[in-house]
Design a protein around this ligand. Structure first.
Ligand SMILES: [Zn+2]
Length: 209
């Protein structure tokens, strides 16, 4: 341990001679540039995890500042940011393709499941937005499709992925509820749009489900 007197002395010395020391330091660094580079490289490769962790910690601590800074930067330099992004994408196109193929292969089941729920989640969101009754459950939807024998209510085609068609459209205040929903193929659903049904439709009333 350094004695207190000595450490105080050094502190004073550093303070008094800060400019001189800075110059010395710089001169040393310039002279030993290559050496310093190697030292730094060795340090980085030996302390990879430590550096990563401390960077991460720093980032989390200064997240808001960093976000604000990068937002300001994006606003101030939109063209530059765009160019950098496009360059990066062009340089990493192959990697990105490989990555997303690998991701798809590894998460096939999850993605399939997501896909299965997507129309429902999407319709639910829209119904919530339109502020109409919104109480269709997954079980009711399965029941409705079963009663319609997995067929489109309008063209009677058997379809794996039926969409939920609102007999009275959401935009016209039709509720997102079993008595207003029939299964339809994408084509019929799109054709119908927000108009009324092309033929009289008897909705299913899944009572107690
Ligand atoms: Zn159809």
């Amino acid at each position: 341990m350094m004695s207190e007197r000595k450490s105080q002395y050094m502190k004073d010395y550093r303070e008094k001679n800060s400019e001189k020391l800075r110059k010395q330091n710089l001169a040393y660094k310039t002279l030993h540039k290559e050496e310093a580079k190697i030292t730094r490289k060795t340090y980085v490769s030996n302390n990879n995890e430590k550096i990563k962790t401390s960077r991460r910690e720093y980032y989390l601590k200064h997240q808001e500042e960093a976000c604000a800074y990068s937002k300001d930067y994006r606003i101030a330099h939109p063209e530059k940011v765009k160019t950098v992004l496009l360059d990066w994408r062009a340089q990493h196109a192959e990697e990105m393709r490989a990555y997303s193929a690998r991701y798809r292969a590894e998460h096939l089941e999850i993605l399939k499941e997501k896909d299965r729920h997507r129309p429902m989640a999407w319709q639910k969101r829209r119904a919530r937005k339109a502020k109409v009754v919104n109480d269709l459950t997954e079980r009711q939807w399965l029941f409705i499709k079963t009663i319609f024998r997995q067929r489109c209510a309008y063209c009677d085609k058997k379809i794996d992925r039926l969409t939920q068609d609102h007999i009275t459209a959401l935009v016209h205040g039709g509720p997102h509820t079993a008595s207003n929903i029939v299964p339809a193929c994408r084509s019929c659903n799109a054709k119908k749009g927000i108009k009324g049904p092309p033929k009289p439709i008897q909705p299913v009333l899944p009572l107690g489900i």
